[in-house]
Design a protein around this ligand. Sequence first.
Ligand code: ZN
Length: 467
Amino acid sequence: MFGKTAKEATRNTDRAVQRCIDPSCGGTYGLRERIYVCPRCSGTLEIDCRLVAREDAAAVRRKWAERAASRDPRDQSGVWRYREMLPFDEDAPFVTLFEGNTPIYDAPRSAKYCGLDGLRLKHQGCNPTGSFKDTGMTAAITQAVVLGARTAVCASTGNTAASLAAYAGRAALQSAILLPRGQISAAKLAQSLDYGALVCEIDGNFDDCMRLIQELGDDPSIYVANSINPFRIEGQKTVAYEMMEQSAWQVPDHVVVPGGNMGNSTALGKGFQELFDLGLIKRLPKLSVIQAEGAAPLAHLFANLDPAKSAGGEHLPETMAPVENPRTLATAIKIGAPVSWKKALRAVLRSSGKIISVSEQEIADAKAMIGRDGIGCEPASATTVAGMKKLVAAGHIRPGDSVVGVLTGHVLKDPDYVSHYHRGTLSLESGAKDGAAPQRIAGAFQNAPVNVAANKAAILATLERRR
Ligand SMILES: [Zn+2]
């Protein structure tokens, strides 16, 4: 795709730069500079791959499709298969678990629940460690190896930790993980332990862990692989490419994603924008982000934007008021101060999407509906279907529109939640100091186990009652 001309560098890493996203700063830095924010203004960084189309769209699509059948390990990865688009060279020390290659499912029951004629769900929970984080982590840990780091670290609500631990394990790097004590699911913690990470439980919340990580990033032996890491966004953007291949290059009207630290929405927005800029797609899907009501700083900001000033995403607000004590059972998006909020907001505004929030009850019921489709997901993922239902009701999504929701984590990431919902015992602590009663979440689509006598007739009678 990027053939040689006299003027242009042939290696991706000679061409790509790290760029500050604040247009009034515009600082650019080499790929080998180990920085996580702009050294000049502390702004967020992104990678500008300076992509140039060298082949027509049909030739590029054909090449990617051919690689899907190749036995080359790089081609078996759903990320490295698109390596022309990434800030790495052909001979980079790729660290891969054959991430990506995730299915896209029809979800008729969930569609009906939302008021849609049809709905597809792309399940990033089918990645090697059970979450969407793997598509980004393969790129971040590869970059850690390129830079010669000894230890990869992150602060995480769980999924990132599991992914970092696995990829660091593959690369034989030490990994360390900072977690808020007692706030993550046992299943996710178990993964990090099994992959050999040093797990540091911190007395504090996720935002405290983030602050510590930023301080640790000054140490030259350490590579920070948090959401703020722009190389992770590069890996994750390939989800947009894969989604388009699976859609026969027909651009969906809407793509809907959960919003926590906002890396996912940022990455999808970047991926679609690059396809558009290269002429591989003719329009952008409307990208919408759904947050949990108790952890929705960006949805609050979005609701109060001046539409005249914000259209197109060229003039972004300087600050976003964080949520001091985020509250939601969807622990993967329980984040009060998302680091990538500006990049995500820009992507949503450019595509004319929305950022809204949904309640705990709406998340829980949508999750059960995704389960009924035989798909299943972790609680945070279900914000997509809960959000679509609201966006259809509000007229932003029309019933006949083509819609793809991105599910971010596997149903087994949080089995306690599932069990409590179906037994009718799910609840959220109030968080208030006066000891207010927990908020009970009703199991509207409850499916508790039943006691049945040990004989065939009793089982058949029970089946008949449920038909
Ligand atoms: Zn800057």
